[in-house]
Design a protein around this ligand. Structure first.
Ligand code: HEC
Ligand code: HEC
Ligand code: HEC
Ligand code: HEC
Ligand code: HEC
Ligand code: HEC
Ligand code: HEC
Ligand code: HEC
Ligand code: HEC
Length: 325
């Protein structure tokens, strides 16, 4: 019964998940990349005017501009010329038409209630997600940002999640998602993981001693489930090195995937186990007796590891070679 508890809790949170991600799951057909590129051309009759010209004529963007100047993007200068590499227009499209009717003096514009004509920019929030991401990808190629190598085939890209969904560029000077705010961001779309992490045995995510990106690469990976590392085992042994082996006495090949016995986010059973012992072990083994005399009683135990203490493998032989018993 105990092992079904997590599922019940998960079921409880299912309606929430469906509402939160309904729009995203309603996948639209993916178009040829050229079509997305065309959506990003913007107004061909507009000119690029540079960040200073863009913002000089209005007060409204003071905080945005200030944050931007102190961000990694704002600090990127072309070597030699000292010209900025990233402008407001790199993402929003050319700006000359937007400010064409404005006075040089922002106070005068305020008095006359004249505003920047934002309709001449790219309609950045209403583009299809693939086009939104393309705005970033024109600079963030895999060559410049290696973590994006597998982006296009990732479950996020394939399910209409765009860079904007995770990177809020104008919330402050920081553009990278910080470890502190990460869980809240990811839980927004993955509430089931949040529920799992509330369980008794859990990786210390809710204590903020770990973050999702310790095990996942949100931009895409060579493994299933966006896991970091080359193999399922490697995802875990980067931290739990003592379980890596190879051992003289291996536990068959079950150790190749720790998920054979463990669940990563949380469990009602101690040690993040998938199921309590002996049920965990009975999935693959039968019970046994301790002597071979006919009619010997089957051993009745809950904790098989009381005797088989080196369950992950051992280099030290035991009399009978059974993981240290
Ligand atoms: C790296 C891409 C990028 C750059 C550079 C950029 N923006 Fe944005 N901007 C966005 C995105 C994406 C949004 C959509 C909303 C969001 O994520 O905050 C946005 C939204 C906005 C909005 C609407 C914000 C709101 O809260 O409604 C304004 C105004 C704006 N940007 C101004 C600027 C100004 C001014 C600059 C230059 C100082 C600038 N942006 C530079 C990507 C960018
Ligand atoms: C005009 C080119 C350009 C565009 C467009 C652009 N970036 Fe960048 N971005 C850069 C450069 C250059 C850097 C600094 C070098 C680096 O980290 O690769 C950078 C750095 C970053 C960083 C790292 C910040 C840090 O703290 O380490 C993030 C995150 C980022 N960009 C996200 C985005 C997102 C999201 C978009 C799309 C909305 C975007 N960028 C669009 C050029 C661009
Ligand atoms: C599902 C959420 C999510 C999406 C979607 C996403 N990112 Fe990120 N991104 C993150 C997180 C989380 C980090 C912080 C990684 C870390 O701390 O190791 C990050 C870090 C980065 C960095 C910093 C350098 C690095 O490799 O860690 C860049 C640049 C970046 N993202 C660009 C992008 C671009 C461009 C896109 C769209 C093609 C994108 N991201 C889509 C969550 C996301
Ligand atoms: C805007 C919503 C959204 C955000 C934010 C988001 N995800 Fe996702 N994520 C999705 C969708 C949609 C899928 C694909 C469908 C699915 O498997 O649920 C997905 C898939 C995944 C998968 C793979 C599941 C599989 O079955 O292959 C992992 C792992 C994942 N996300 C982790 C993260 C992490 C870590 C973060 C935070 C850095 C994050 N997600 C942020 C929407 C989101
Ligand atoms: C200790 C490593 C680890 C951490 C930390 C971690 N995950 Fe996972 N996650 C995994 C593994 C391993 C799987 C694959 C489980 C499987 O295949 O049964 C997974 C699967 C997922 C999935 C796919 C659905 C599922 O439950 O199988 C999502 C979504 C996900 N993780 C999101 C997150 C989010 C969000 C965070 C941060 C709050 C996070 N993970 C933190 C290891 C981790
Ligand atoms: C970034 C480092 C890191 C990674 C990667 C990692 N862990 Fe952990 N693991 C920890 C930390 C930290 C703890 C908590 C230790 C403590 O509380 O003393 C922990 C605890 C555990 C525990 C004991 C839980 C308990 O209730 O005491 C198990 C089992 C475990 N991890 C398995 C895994 C598995 C399986 C994976 C791969 C899916 C994995 N870990 C990946 C850092 C990591
Ligand atoms: C055959 C099942 C099985 C597999 C596969 C397995 N474990 Fe375990 N693990 C257990 C059991 C059972 C315990 C509890 C040990 C006890 O009761 O003494 C445990 C405990 C742990 C602990 C906490 C106690 C300790 O020994 O540090 C960590 C961490 C851990 N396992 C990591 C891993 C990692 C990493 C992998 C994959 C490389 C893995 N396990 C694969 C069964 C397994
Ligand atoms: C996913 C299947 C699986 C699970 C779960 C599992 N095992 Fe195993 N176990 C194996 C395989 C496969 C072998 C190797 C069998 C062989 O070589 O004949 C093995 C071998 C063993 C051996 C004999 C090792 C030797 O040196 O002869 C012992 C003892 C053992 N397991 C105990 C346990 C215990 C205790 C548990 C529960 C904590 C457990 N196993 C969980 C698959 C599993
Ligand atoms: C009291 C100590 C003890 C406990 C508890 C115990 N075992 Fe054993 N186990 C042994 C000994 C001793 C051997 C070697 C017996 C032999 O060679 O006949 C062994 C051998 C094994 C073997 C390999 C023998 C074979 O059949 O090839 C497996 C598998 C195994 N145990 C699984 C389990 C499981 C599953 C549990 C929990 C239900 C468990 N053990 C509980 C002491 C124990």
């Amino acid at each position: 019964m105990r092992r079904f508890l997590p599922r019940l809790i998960l079921l409880g949170s299912l309606p929430m998940l469906t509402v939160a991600c309904a729009a995203i799951k309603d996948s639209k057909p993916i178009l040829p990349i050229r079509q997305y590129e065309m959506m990003l051309v913007g107004r061909v009759d507009a000119e690029y005017v540079g960040t200073d010209n863009c913002v000089a004529k209005c007060h409204y963007h003071d905080k945005i501009t200030d944050d931007f100047k102190h961000s990694i993007h704002g600090e990127q200068l072309k070597p030699g010329t000292g010209l900025p590499l990233v402008n407001c227009e790199s993402c929003h499209g050319a700006g000359s038409l937007a400010i064409a009717n404005l006075d040089d003096d922002p106070d005068l514009n305020d008095a006359q209630k004249k505003k920047c004509d934002t309709t001449t920019f790219l309609d950045i929030m209403n583009l299809p997600p693939q086009a939104q991401s393309l705005i970033c990808l024109k600079c963030h190629s895999a060559a410049s940002t290696p973590s994006l190598t597998h982006w296009n085939a990732s479950p996020h890209a394939m399910n209409d999640v765009s860079c904007f969904d995770c990177h809020k560029l104008h919330q402050g000077p920081q553009q990278k998602v910080s470890r502190d705010e990460m869980s809240a961001l990811c839980y927004g779309c993955h509430p089931d993981v949040k529920a799992e992490n509330q369980l008794f045995s859990h990786h210390p995510l809710r204590e903020k001693k770990m973050a999702c990106v310790d095990c996942h690469e949100p931009h895409g990976s060579v493994q299933d489930k966006l896991l970091k590392g080359m193999t399922p085992k490697e995802t875990c042994t980067r931290c739990h090195m003592e379980k890596q082996g190879p051992f003289a006495y291996e536990h068959g090949d079950v150790m190749e995937n720790c998920a054979n016995c463990h669940t990563p986010h949380g469990s009602v059973v101690d040690n993040l186990l998938n199921a309590a012992m002996p049920a965990l072990c009975f999935q693959c083994h039968g019970g046994h007796t301790l002597d071979n005399t006919a009619g010997a009683k089957q051993l009745f135990v809950n904790r098989c590891t009381d005797c088989h203490s080196q369950i992950h493998g051992s280099d030290i032989p035991s009399g009978n070679g059974t993981l240290r018993q």
